[in-house]
Ligand binder design. Structure first.
Ligand code: ATP
Length: 263
C-alpha cells in the first residue's frame, strides 16, 4: 500500500489524514472507488465552509439530537465512507439513543457488508442489521441492490440518520414516510434538499457533536424536544449554510488571495 507519512506541521494535516483513512479503507475493501470520489466532493465543500462546524450546522445538530431522542425506532444507516471515518462514534451514538445500526450500501456486496459489520462490532456494536439475508425488504421506487433494507431496521424505523446518502434513496425514504436526518457537506445535493434535517458538516465533526448534544439533551422533557424539532426549518438552515460559503468568499475577496513571498 502506498501510504505516506504526513508531518503534523503540514497546513492541511487533518484533511490529508482523513484522505489517508479513506484510502486505507479502500484497500481494505470497506470503501469502493466511487466512495473516494464522493469524499473528494465533500472535501471541496468543506474547504468552502471553512472546515469548521458552522452556526447553521450546529442548529441542525441540535434539532437532529432532539428528533433522535423523540424517535420510537431510530436507525443509523452506515455506508463504507461512514464506517471508514466514524465507526467508533456511530456505535457510541447508537448506544446513547438506543438505535439500530444498519449497513446500507449503494454498491452492495456481501463481502463488503461483512467487513463493515465486523468493523462496527470491533467497536462494540451488539447487532448490525442489513447484512446478507437480513436485508430482506425493499424500498419501493428504487431499483436493484440499492432498494434492499432490513425489515427490522430502516423499513421499520420512524427516524433514519443517513450520514452520507444519495439523493434517490433519501427521496425514496421520505416518500415512504420516514423522518430523514442527513449529514452532507454539499448544501445543494438532492440528499441535503430532500432530508427533514440536514447537517451541512463533515461527518468527522458532526457525529461527535451530535453525540455531545444527545448526552446534554437526554433529560429534557419530551415537550421541549418536540418544540425544538417543530421550530426547526431546514429551508432556512440550508440557505444559511450557503450564506456561510458566500461570506467566506467575500472575505477571501476582501483579504486578497495570493500568497506573498520575500523578494
Ligand atoms: P445527491 O445524489 O444527493 O445529489 P451526490 O450525487 O453528490 O448527491 P454522492 O456522490 O452519492 O451524492 O454522495 C457524496 C455526498 O457526500 C456529497 O454531497 C459530498 O459532499 C458528501 N460527503 C462526502 N464526504 C463527506 C464527509 N466526510 N462528511 C459529510 N459529507 C460528505
Amino acid at each position: 500500500m502506498n501510504s505516506i507519512r504526513i508531518p503534523s506541521s503540514h497546513p492541511r494535516y487533518e484533511s490529508l489524514m482523513l484522505r489517508e483513512k479513506i484510502v486505507e479503507a479502500f484497500h481494505e475493501g470497506i470503501v469502493v472507488a466511487q466512495g473516494l470520489i464522493a469524499h473528494g466532493r465533500g472535501e471541496c465543500f468543506d474547504y468552502l465552509i471553512g472546515e469548521k462546524t458552522t452556526k447553521p450546522a450546529q442548529k441542525a445538530i441540535q434539532a437532529a439530537a432532539a428528533a433522535l431522542l423523540l424517535a420510537q425506532y431510530p436507525v443509523i444507516s452506515v455506508n463504507g465512507n461512514t464506517a471508514a471515518l466514524v465507526a467508533k462514534q456511530i456505535v457510541l451514538l447508537a448506544k446513547e439513543i438506543n438505535a439500530k445500526i444498519e449497513v446500507n450500501l449503494f454498491y452492495r456486496s456481501h463481502e463488503r457488508e461483512l467487513k463493515i459489520a465486523n468493523l462496527l462490532r470491533s467497536y462494540g456494536a451488539d447487532e448490525v442489521l442489513g447484512v446478507g439475508p437480513d436485508a430482506d425488504a425493499t424500498i419501493p421506487e428504487l431499483h436493484s441492490e440499492r432498494r434492499r433494507v432490513s425489515s427490522r431496521g430502516i423499513l421499520r424505523a420512524d427516524v433514519v440518520l443517513v450520514p452520507l446518502e444519495d439523493g434517490d434513496r433519501t427521496e425514496a425514504l421520505r416518500k415512504i414516510g420516514k423522518f430523514v436526518i442527513a449529514i452532507d457537506l454539499n448544501p445543494l445535493s438532492r440528499t441535503a434538499r430532500a432530508a427533514n434535517i440536514t447537517i451541512v458538516d463533515n461527518i468527522v465533526r458532526a457525529i461527535p457533536r451530535l453525540l455531545d448534544e444527545v448526552r446534554k439533551m437526554k433529560n429534557l422533557p419530551r415537550s421541549e424536544l418536540k418544540k425544538i424539532v417543530d421550530e426547526y426549518n431546514n429551508e432556512e438552515v440550508l440557505k444559511e449554510s450557503l450564506l456561510e460559503i458566500w461570506r467566506n468568499i467575500e472575505q477571501w475577496f476582501a483579504k486578497g488571495l495570493t500568497i506573498s513571498f520575500p523578494k
